[in-house]
Design a protein around this ligand. Structure first.
Ligand code: PHB
Length: 392
């Protein structure tokens, strides 16, 4: 009897000891956020962090009775090898429930096999090359693809008698997608692309490329370069070399006039026409609430851009999965909830295509204008329900 009692007590004691950290782990939903927070693309991580803070300030830091913990990891990127190692650590050591973030395509591609192997839902909050979502069944994208905004830009150009267009893109996967999607639609509609220019992702010098565009004398130059030093350098060169005066217009994907950089880029951007899924000037109650929450959760951070919105919507997706699974996250069950998920995003309604796990959304045509002395991408036309043309 005594022995039995002792044994029972011992079991109880062991359970209690093991139970404490176990209960704690089960009380938390862990999200590993992989993005550059330092280096040339540091703004990408900061925008995502800002969007997540905005979401959690508005919707609380618990869901399905569990605390949501964000574990941020800096790739310093573009650095696919570092992204991969960080993802491994997040899965093995931190035991995260979700992998999220991904500002740059090479980093998302490097992590895809880990999501696949560990059966961890991987929520893409920016990286925009079409092929990414085909690399694991555990990937869902809430952001955008380059093909998705480049194809409507070509359709709009044709309609507006802009038929002879030079393309200029960053020389890596999303740039190649943008070039291909734009060119395919333009040429099919009777347009021509006399030159396709690709600029290096690292330390590009735009001067010779801009001169080449001037010499070619197209109706317009179509541009995709990632926001940051590239967008500033391109717009500066375009103005300084007098391309506007030579009658060469700038069109592009909205990355070129992203909302965060726009105030610093200044009047050089006035009149630039782009297609994109998000503008800070988008008029809706959801966007007003997002902008308000972003400003109060991120004092001094400036204006949020599409990456902040991608992260905000990524969190909305994670919260929805957590609610539907009563806080018990399982990779396969999470993916079946993500497939077909609809959200009322600050950009407008979006859906995760159940067949491709990629985002379906409206592409807006916008023009940079001043409103009360501040530069904005003002939406004036739209292409609703755009799937990723890279997968059709
Ligand atoms: C990407 O690397 O996929 C990427 C980066 C910046 C953008 C868009 C896509 O603005």
């Amino acid at each position: 009897m005594t022995i039995k009692k002792t044994a029972a007590l011992a079991i109880l004691a062991t359970t209690a000891m093991l139970g404490a950290p176990l209960a704690q782990a089960q009380d938390t939903i862990k999200v590993g956020l992989i993005a550059p927070f330092s280096g040339p693309f540091a703004d990408y991580g900061k925008q995502m962090e800002g969007g997540i803070k905005a979401y959690m300030a508005q919707h609380g830091s618990t869901v399905a009775g569990k605390k949501v913990e964000i574990i941020m990891k800096d790739t310093t990127g573009p650095a696919p090898e570092i992204a991969k190692r960080l993802a491994q650590e997040l899965v093995v050591r931190d035991k995260v429930d979700f992998l999220a973030g991904f500002g740059l395509t090479p980093e998302a591609l490097a992590v895809a096999p880990i999501a696949e192997q560990a059966k961890k839902p991987m929520i893409i909050m920016n990286a925009a090359t079409s092929v990414i979502t085909t690399k694991s069944n555990y990937i869902a994208r809430v952001s955008m693809t380059l093909a998705q905004s480049s194809a409507p830009m070509a359709a709009w150009a044709l309609k507006n008698n802009i038929k002879n267009v030079v393309t200029l893109v960053a020389d890596y996967a999303p740039g190649i997608d943008a070039e291909a999607a734009f060119k395919a639609v333009l040429v099919k509609g009777g347009g021509t692309v006399p030159e396709t220019i690709r600029v290096p992702l690292k330390n590009p010098d735009f001067a010779p490329y801009i001169q080449r565009i001037k010499d070619t004398k197209p109706d317009a130059v179509f541009v995709f370069v990632p926001p940051g030093e590239h967008t500033i350098a391109f717009m500066k060169g375009y103005r300084e070399r007098g391309l506007a005066e030579a009658g060469i217009k700038v069109i592009g994907t909205g990355d070129l006039t992203d909302d965060h950089m726009l105030p610093a880029m200044g009047d050089a951007t006035l009149g630039v026409i782009t297609t994109f899924h998000y503008s800070a000037a988008h008029k809706s109650p959801e966007n007003a609430a997002f902008l308000k929450s972003f400003a109060s959760a991120n004092p001094g951070a400036g204006r949020p851009n599409f990456m902040a919105v991608g992260a905000y919507d990524g969190m909305a997706a994670i919260y929805e999965v957590a609610r539907k699974l009563n806080g018990k996250i399982d990779g396969d069950k999470a993916m079946s909830i993500l497939k077909g998920l609809k959200l009322n995003s600050p950009r407008g309604p979006i859906m995760i295509d159940p067949a491709t796990r990629d985002v379906v959304q409206t592409e807006y045509v916008r023009k940079v204008e001043k409103i009360n002395g501040e530069l904005f991408n003002v939406e004036f036309d739209r292409f609703p329900d755009q799937k990723d043309p890279g997968k059709q």
